[in-house]
Design a binder for this molecule. Structure first.
Ligand SMILES: C[S@@+](CC[C@H](N)C(=O)[O-])C[C@H]1O[C@@H](n2cnc3c(N)ncnc32)[C@H](O)[C@@H]1O
Length: 397
């Protein structure tokens, strides 16, 4: 696959149509892309790939991912990101997954994160809780964890105070203020000594079109849910100062937060009843963000594939981007291309040269069909991550 020039020679050529700009991806290709992502991240052998048809985390992605992207890949990636963020927090607390005896995934939905969680901890130590009965049944039966139904009113739920880790991804980002306070109190009281509660919410700079309340806490009656009342479940935007104030009022002894830690969108907080919990040096984790954006060919049989990649952590950078075509050898791209659009879109001026490309000559022997390309970013932190998986289509010449 790699020619003597060192350029990538993909095993196709001809009059190529870039698949990257196309919206429609067949179900077969979604499955193939999803599997390619899992293989790229070394997760394929035991990963549970069943997605519940009512899973709104998946259907929201289906409705919103950009052209040519697979909702399935984004769903796997977004769930994995929660696990990596938790792992980063645990390591700052001097702990690892193996130290946890009781983990509660609160508001687990249909298991976007649960399926990754059971890759790193024994399902026997995991409990999931959800307000949707079908979701409770699904996570129990599909992932082999214990699961129980929650309630809108925290006073209706009994929780034993034995959890080493409780996390709620994207729940507090939907709660009205009284529920925000009640659930923070309830969940923090369910922690074992030394346990931590991790939750995410939107900061006040998210969705600039939504007018924010001068109190620092904004709740609007609007959400992705077709099932839950918007009185109880809307969209919440809250400043770090107000989260700290609420935590103090709820007798949480220690609270720390990192802005836009999840999905470059939600702020992540750690709450604990242990005032000595050390989290002062907790920062955005090293996480490679990026995209395969274009695939171009010339009538002479040359190709160029390009995109961008950057590390979310301040001070870390992507040192290498490699591309893998249909599981063949990884080939390095050229880095350092100007991408002011990326810097502007993410408000990260240091990402202004995050562009990369790879050029080559297509070999004359043609195999028409679909090919899968996985792109990896290698960070100065030592992290190596698959940041995008795309399909390109080679039509009959
Ligand atoms: C945005 S989804 C996030 C799901 C999951 N945590 C994830 O990150 O994929 C929020 C979930 O919170 C659930 N939920 C809402 N109110 C709840 C409550 N009071 N108790 C438990 N779950 C609740 C919803 O049904 C929904 O599945």
């Amino acid at each position: 696959m790699v020619g003597s020039s060192g350029l990538l020679h993909l095993s196709f050529s001809g009059n190529l149509l870039p698949r990257l700009d196309r919206n429609e991806i067949s179900m077969d290709m979604h499955l193939r892309l999803g599997r390619a992502y899992l293989e790229a991240e070394g997760l394929a052998s035991t990963f549970v790939e069943t997605i519940h048809p009512e899973d709104e985390m998946h259907s929201t992605l289906e409705a919103t991912v950009g052209a040519g992207k697979s909702a399935r890949v984004e769903y796997w990636k977004s769930g994995r990101e929660v696990i990596l963020a938790l792992e980063n927090i645990l390591s700052h607390c001097g702990k690892g997954w193996g130290d946890l005896n009781h983990v509660l995934e609160f508001a687990c939905g249909y298991g976007r994160v649960t399926r990754h969680l059971i890759q790193v901890v024994d399902p026997k130590v995991v409990e999931g809780s959800e307000i949707l009965g079908d979701a409770v049944k699904f996570v129990r039966e599909t992932f082999g964890v214990r699961a129980f139904e929650s309630s809108t009113d925290p006073d209706q739920l009994e929780l034993p105070p034995h959890f080493d880790l409780i996390f709620a991804s994207s729940l507090f980002s939907h709660l009205p203020r009284h529920r925000f306070e009640q659930w923070l109190t309830k969940l923090s009281h369910a922690l074992a000594p030394g346990g931590i509660l991790v939750f995410s919410t939107h900061g006040s700079t998210v969705r600039s079109e939504v007018p924010k309340d001068s109190t620092g806490f904004t709740f609007i009656r609007q959400s992705e849910s077709a099932n839950l009342s918007t009185d109880e479940y809307g969209s919440t935007f809250v400043t770090p100062e107000v989260v700290e104030e609420i935590a103090r009022d709820c007798q949480v002894a220690r609270i720390a937060g990192v802005e836009r830690e999840l999905w470059s969108l939600q702020d992540l907080y750690v709450a604990s009843r242990d005032p000595a919990l050390r989290l002062d040096d907790w920062r955005n984790m090293s996480f490679v963000r990026g995209s395969i954006d274009r695939f171009d060919t010339s009538p002479e049989g040359q190709f160029r594939i390009s995109g961008w990649a950057a590390d979310a952590a301040a001070g870390e950078k992507v040192c290498e981007v490699t591309l893998l075509v249909d599981g063949s050898r990884e080939v390095p791209a050229i880095l350092g291309q100007e991408r002011q659009d990326v810097a502007n879109a993410h408000s990260r001026s240091e990402w202004s040269h995050s562009g990369w490309y790879l050029e080559g000559i297509l070999p004359p022997e043609i195999a028409a069909g679909d090919y899968v390309i996985a792109a990896f970013g290698h960070s100065s932190s030592g992290r190596r991550m698959c940041f995008d998986v795309r399909a390109i289509e080679v039509p009959l010449a």
